[in-house]
Write a protein that binds this ligand. Structure first.
Ligand code: AMP
Ligand code: ZN
Length: 471
């Protein structure tokens, strides 16, 4: 299996630390709002990487954090007049719900930064002892130049970085030994959440969080560390510096980064305001259309969001679910008792099926080429549509059906269509959802929305009540 490694800028054969096991860390979101579909890209992409490893028989220890202490969370908490933890807890729930609705599997562990402070203090102490960090007025800085390999991931030259920094004077940073040094621990400001430490009452810097959570749940050395390409510098570069300086071992063997999700060829981001939340998309499409759209491009390529591409994804997905639906009908009508040997043409279809699965594997083994993998599934659908009839043997129908479902599942796509839902049932479920919301049972209300969404029914909450439509 080949993976493009940002560290070497090459595709490399994947060799795990432990045979048939993968230790994988994916940088998770900062939880202060609903996630937008740009944030959803790494979630979907790396969940698919995980699913493919599992399909290949690997046991994957998948860790993805929630950054639940951060300036943006504190700002939002102050605006609402509540504790920062109330904001982060609320949005962890919402993010988890979105992940489930996009068929992103729960991580083996979803650590929260605020629950790992002791580990962070311990790692910072080690860094100070080893001469890689120092304290000034309650703030602890990483001594960037003390780490020989600094810049190896982002391919930045430390002297160029220094030159770029010289003109930029940041208030409060005069105390640093070197402008390149970055914060590991900072003292609290008035009204901020804080923890006690040997240096000050304060909180950790963002980069140290991931180094510590990765170490605790996966060990000093891991196989894959992943995130969006905007994290390469400084976040991942700094993580490498901290972890390798503290542990004295290679931190991660492979570094994977997804390309941006763009709108009008510009990165979708909260700060630019050019984003759609996952919730907004869910009002128009079942979220598996979004997932299918994300996987229709290679994960390292930029992907431009557009209505046309979403419509194309919806149609493509429908082609698959229709074929699966038809196969179900043929299977129901077929004679399951018939154990006559398969005809020559039937055996040919089975051979073709194996060939297609091999092509699917090859596409995925080539740095997770999901676009090609999807085209193989389309070829399988074509095979089903052109070679199978009501006269086909049950075992053959079942073999094709199972294989399509298996490959769709690797991509996290549920190809089995729910049976057609009647208008009265929809109305009944909507009434139940309204009642659940009244009782503040939002989990149940969300569940109903998802159930309807999976059947192509989208809800719109308006002032006059709930409207629904089939999409
Ligand atoms: P953040 O909450 O901004 O730290 O982002 C969480 C994850 O989403 C990180 O892995 C980011 O790299 C990723 N991300 C943010 N915006 C985009 C985008 N427009 N396209 C792809 N990935 C993104
Ligand atoms: Zn991280």
């Amino acid at each position: 299996m080949k993976i493009y490694n940002t560290l070497t800028r090459r595709k490399e054969e994947f060799v795990p630390i432990e045979e048939k096991k993968v230790r994988m860390y994916v940088c998770g979101p900062t939880v202060y709002n609903y996630i937008h579909i740009g944030n959803a890209r790494p979630m979907i992409v790396f969940d698919t990487v995980r699913r493919f490893f599992e399909y290949k028989g690997y046991q994957v220890n998948y860790v993805s954090n929630f950054t639940d202490v951060d300036d943006k969370i504190i700002k939002k908490a102050n605006e609402e007049g509540v504790d920062a933890s109330e904001i982060s807890e609320r949005f962890i729930k919402e993010v988890k719900r979105d992940m489930k609705a996009m068929n992103v599997k729960e991580a083996s562990t979803h650590p929260k930064a605020t629950e790992e402070i002791d580990g962070m203090i311990a790692m910072i102490e080690t860094l100070i002892e080893k001469g890689h960090a120092y304290e000034k007025n309650g703030t602890v800085y990483f001594r960037t130049r003390s780490f020989q390999d600094y810049g190896k991931l982002s391919k930045k030259n430390i002297d160029d970085l220094e030159a770029g920094h010289r003109d930029i004077k940041v208030a409060g940073e005069e105390e640093k030994e070197d402008p390149l040094d970055f914060v590991l621990w900072k003292p609290k400001k008035e009204g901020e959440p804080y923890w006690e430490s040997p240096w000050s009452d304060g909180r950790p810097g963002w980069h140290i969080e991931c180094s510590v959570m990765s170490k605790k749940y996966l060990g000093d050395e891991i196989d894959i560390h992943a995130g969006g390409e905007d994290l390469i510098f400084p976040h991942h570069e700094n993580e490498i510096a901290q972890s390798e300086a503290a542990n004295g071992k290679t931190f991660s063997r492979y570094w994977m980064h997804n390309g941006f999700l763009n709108i009008d060829n510009k990165k979708m981001s909260k700060s630019e305001g050019n984003f759609f939340t996952v919730r907004e998309i869910e009002e128009k499409y079942p979220l598996q259309v979004l997932r299918f759209f994300m996987l229709s491009a290679h994960y390292r390529s930029p992907l431009n969001f557009s209505k046309e591409l979403m419509e194309a994804s919806k149609n493509g997905l429908e082609r698959i679910t229709t074929a699966v639906f038809n196969l179900e009908h043929l299977m129901k009508a077929a004679d399951t008792e018939n154990d006559a040997p398969l005809s020559d043409p039937a055996r040919k279809v089975l051979e073709e099926l194996d060939k297609l699965q091999r092509r699917f594997n090859e596409a995925m083994e080539d740095d997770f080429n999901t676009a090609d993998a999807i085209s193989v599934i389309f070829d399988m659908v074509k095979l089903a549509n052109t070679s199978l009839t009501e006269n086909s043997a049950y075992v053959l129908l079942k073999a094709v059906y199972d294989r399509i479902l298996l490959l769709c599942d690797v991509l996290g796509i549920e190809a089995v269509r729910e049976t057609e839902i009647l208008d009265e049932e929809i109305e009944k479920l909507i009434a139940e959802r309204q009642a659940a919301r009244k009782e503040k049972n939002f989990a149940r209300a969300d569940e109903i929305r998802k159930q309807l969404s999976e059947q192509g029914i989208v809800l719109e909450d308006t002032r006059e009540g709930v409207r629904w439509k089939r999409v």
